[in-house]
Design a protein around this ligand. Structure first.
Ligand code: TRP
Length: 335
């Protein structure tokens, strides 16, 4: 076993990142990479993206955007390894090797697969095999660098559980090789959407994007859904059913949060004022990120590719050691 913790997580490249990605995952990634005690790998899961997206130009553009997002939220590419999944062909080899240990039934029972399959079938679209084997590739992502800590949101827990199962199965059959990775829930939290849905990002019009100006934030918040039974300014509200209040609890603090809570309950504060406060607080979070991003953009369009190139080399060096060992143990070395 390694003595230094190895942290790995990935983000699927699908469009621009939003406040939900930041508060739910990326902020935590940055903290993990900054404490200096862990080896961190953060990648863009562009191979996983192929299960749902087909436009090559979109996929390439999103990849570069996420690299800049990673760096602008505080992940230093000289400290953590930032790379594209597609830069490491060894991960695909490991995907096959682990696939031969995975049970069809387990894969078919994954909630993510069932959900995607139902939606595709309802639209009479093809259910591609990548959707079924998605969690095996994820296990390869995690086990390749021998990660022992995996910070992910709740929706990914079943995938990490399957990874643990595959690691144990491999170790039992072929001898101790992989650490059985633990979930790192940390501050990973679910950020509600602006339209009253439970998760930001599940539909197109319920997000605050990391690139939104203060004006856009204010406008989006103004339209956000609140307690539906609070119709007039004089009606007392119920913060426990209000998505804007749920956002407040993640973003605002101290006296301000208390004023919003107490004020809402007795109609001391109206929804408009409450939304203005949160818009201000959101902008305060986004401003430094946007400033950093502008600085990075000023360094020219090649920067994300340079980061990916360096990160890819580093990731490959580590992952190929594991994959060679696995191939040897399974009796299929590169001759
Ligand atoms: N499936 C993850 C998501 O949609 C992304 C991902 C791919 C990932 N491989 C991973 C996350 C490995 C953690 C570890 O968010």
């Amino acid at each position: 076993m390694k003595n230094k913790d190895v942290v790995l997580s990935g983000i699927r490249a699908t469009g621009s990142l939003h406040l939900g990605n930041y508060l739910g995952a990326m902020k935590f990634f940055a903290q993990l990479s900054q404490d200096g005690t862990k080896d961190c790998f953060f990648f863009i899961a562009n191979l996983h993206t192929l299960t749902t997206k087909t436009d090559p130009e979109d996929i390439k553009r999103d990849l570069k955007e996420i690299v800049l997002d990673y760096v602008s939220i505080g992940i230093d590419p000289n400290v953590a390894t930032i790379f594209a999944q597609s830069s490491v062909p060894e991960t695909c080899e490991l995907n096959w090797l682990l696939g031969c240990l995975a049970s069809m039934g387990d894969l078919e029972r994954m909630p993510h697969f069932k959900d995607k399959k139902d939606k595709k079938e309802a639209k009479r679209e093809m259910v591609n095999a990548g959707l079924l084997t998605y969690p095996v590739l994820m296990a390869a992502d995690i086990l390749g660098p021998q990660a022992n800590l995996v910070p992910v949101g709740e929706d990914q827990y079943p995938h990490v559980e399957l990874t643990r199962e595959l690691a144990r199965r491999f170790n039992t059959i072929y001898g101790e090789t992989f650490p059985v990775p633990d979930l790192l829930s940390g501050e990973a939290i679910r950020v509600p959407g602006l339209d009253g849905t439970e998760k930001m990002g599940k539909s197109d019009y319920n997000t605050i994007d990391l690139s939104d100006s203060s004006d856009v934030v204010r406008k989006k918040m103004a339209k956000a859904m609140t307690d539906p039974s609070r119709k007039k300014r004089s009606d007392p509200g119920n913060p426990s059913v209000c998505n804007v209040y749920a956002l407040h609890t993640l973003i605002s603090s101290g006296e301000e949060l208390k004023e919003v809570l107490d004020g809402c309950k007795v109609a001391g504060i109206g929804c408009v004022d409450c939304k203005n406060i949160i818009a201000k607080n959101i902008t305060n979070i986004l401003m430094p990120i946007q400033q950093k991003r502008a600085e990075l953009a000023a360094k020219g369009p090649d920067l994300p590719l340079e980061i990916l190139h360096e990160g890819g080399k580093r990731a490959r060096r580590t992952i190929s050691v594991t994959v060679n060992e696995v191939k040897d143990k399974m009796g299929v070395p590169s001759y």
